[in-house]
Design a protein around this ligand. Structure first.
Ligand SMILES: NC(=O)c1ccc[n+]([C@@H]2O[C@H](COP(=O)([O-])OP(=O)(O)OC[C@H]3O[C@@H](n4cnc5c(N)ncnc54)[C@H](O)[C@@H]3O)[C@@H](O)[C@H]2O)c1
Length: 468
């Protein structure tokens, strides 16, 4: 470890004077531990270290811990990450460890940035948070503040997490021996450092004093506007509402897209027009909604409503999930329709998948719609070739990926643009025409210039692109 924390000088934050917070910051009496240093936790830990706090990251991933300690920066797709990482590592302001028991007693600000995925039945899985909470029961220093940045259901802190940290014997008492706040993270992968400084931070806590302390610290670290909510559950509800709003609106345009294909209407023209109305918020149709946030967040809020009103609440979210999860199958239908035009079927054709990540220019395949498309094409006995600039010559979804775009499209019967990577936006349609066996292109992201595609002789299909 490059940065050894000592328990010396550790301030009891719960009994501290809120007016003295700026002094504690200056006198190094606040020591920060970020548990879970992945996509969100590591930039968070770096930001605290960069702001001058003694900071340590804890993770069960030994490779990741080694990378951080050896100065080998892991998040290569986050703009600005390299500079801030190099800076805090060089100045020995941060280190990482797998040994939670060694560091928790030496810190008084414990930030949880642990994964909150769902199981195969779409039920939220909070096991990482629960297991760390059990450790906190044994390890917390008196007067520590625990901050939950992970995305959770409203009420999870109040109804579950606090009692796990307190323990069955109530060895610790929330509000006296420790305190807790929820600051659900809202940054967008691919622009995390930018978002950290401009997107308002949500702060909810079990009491006003904790909310004030956490707000003062977050203001100092991130500089962004702080929005103080009345409690943890309201902060978590705000985070989920913003993301579920997007899931629902994407489902709306996905269904419209299918209708417009039947009606011979181009959805892009429609959306471009609606966008001119001041109160319209444009969302785009696509191959599906993936990633660790949007789909999971919809299931989290559905889980919150389980058993209420005869399970009839939030039907709109259930429908949105169903629609968005059906889009990969619609993409395969568009493909089958285009192949038919050149006398081929999906069975036996070689299909190129362009993009496997769930969003453009970010290296992350969690819940990516490409997986369902690949699974469906495999069932239909296609030969699959995959190219993604972030996953070259590796194994993804049980398939080996190609090293170059040219390798991927050469002699292919059809290509599907699943992710709108920048590299794909720049492709000249005549390249498809010159390399593919039959130039069938399905654009699931609305990035191909349809006129240029037609001029180059491509057989073109796009989601919602009726009448083009
Ligand atoms: N990635 C996003 O776009 C994003 C955006 C906003 C909020 N969030 C939320 O932030 C939280 C973290 O997400 P992420 O994307 O950073 O996840 P991630 O998988 O990238 O990182 C989580 C890290 O926690 C570690 N971990 C797992 N169990 C652990 C344990 N018991 N002890 C210590 N470390 C452990 C993992 O090894 C991993 O490095 C989630 O709740 C997520 O919903 C994510």
């Amino acid at each position: 470890m490059t940065n050894v924390l000592s328990k010396e000088n550790l301030r009891n934050l719960v009994s501290s004077d809120i007016h003295e917070i700026s002094n504690y910051l200056k006198s190094n009496e606040i020591k920060v531990c970020v548990i879970g240093i992945g996509r969100i936790g590591l930039p968070t830990a770096l930001s605290f270290a960069h702001a001058g706090f003694q900071t340590i990251g804890v993770d069960i991933n030994t490779e990741l811990v080694k990378m951080v300690n050896s100065g080998n920066y892991p998040l290569k797709d986050e703009p600005g990450f390299d500079k801030i990482f190099d800076n805090v590592i060089r100045n020995k302001k941060i280190s990482a460890t797998t040994e939670i028991a060694e560091v928790i007693p030496k810190c008084n600000l414990i930030i949880l940035s642990l994964p909150t995925p769902m199981d195969k039945n779409n039920v939220p899985n909070y096991s990482a948070l629960n297991s760390v909470a059990k450790s906190l029961n044994k390890l917390l220093s008196k007067g520590s503040i625990v901050i939950v940045e992970s995305t959770i259901e409203p009420g999870f802190v109040e109804n579950e997490l606090i009692s796990i940290i307190e323990g069955n014997d109530r060895k610790l008492k929330a509000g006296e021996d420790f305190s807790i706040a929820a600051c659900p993270e809202t940054a967008n992968p691919g622009q995390i450092f930018h978002d950290f400084t401009v997107v308002p931070r949500l702060v909810g806590a079990i009491d006003d004093k904790t909310a004030k302390i956490v707000s003062a610290i977050y203001k100092q670290v991130f500089g962004a506007e702080i929005i103080v909510l009345s409690d943890c559950k309201t902060a978590n509800a705000a985070k989920l509402t913003a993301n579920v709003f997007r899931d629902i609106n994407i489902a709306f345009v996905n269904e419209l897209a299918i209708l417009f294909e039947h009606l011979g209407i181009d959805i892009m023209k429609v959306l471009e027009t609606c966008d001119k109305k001041y109160n319209f918020e444009t969302h785009y149709p696509g191959a599906g909604v993936g990633g660790p946030c949007l789909p999971v967040n919809s299931y989290q809020i559905l889980n919150s409503a389980r058993g209420m009103e005869n399970n009839s609440l939030l039907r709109i979210i259930r429908a949105a999930r169903e629609i968005n999860e059906s889009m990969p199958y619609h993409v395969v239908e568009l493909l089958a329709n285009a192949l038919k035009e050149v006398g081929k079927s999906v069975k036996g054709s070689t299909i190129t998948i362009l993009g496997v990540t769930y969003k453009p220019d970010v290296k992350d395949i969690q819940l990516a719609p490409a997986e369902a498309i690949i699974r469906r094409l495999t069932q239909l006995q296609s030969t699959i070739k995959i190219y993604d600039p972030y996953y070259k010559s590796t194994d993804v979804f049980s398939h080996k990926t190609e090293n170059t775009l040219i390798d991927a499209i050469t002699n292919s019967d059809a290509a599907i643009i699943v992710t709108a990577h920048n590299e794909f936006r720049k492709i000249d349609p005549s390249l498809f025409a010159s390399k593919m066996k039959t130039p069938v292109i399905v654009d699931a992201r609305g990035i191909v210039d349809v006129h240029a595609a037609k001029k180059a002789g491509l057989i073109f299909r796009g989601i919602g692109r009726g009448g083009v």
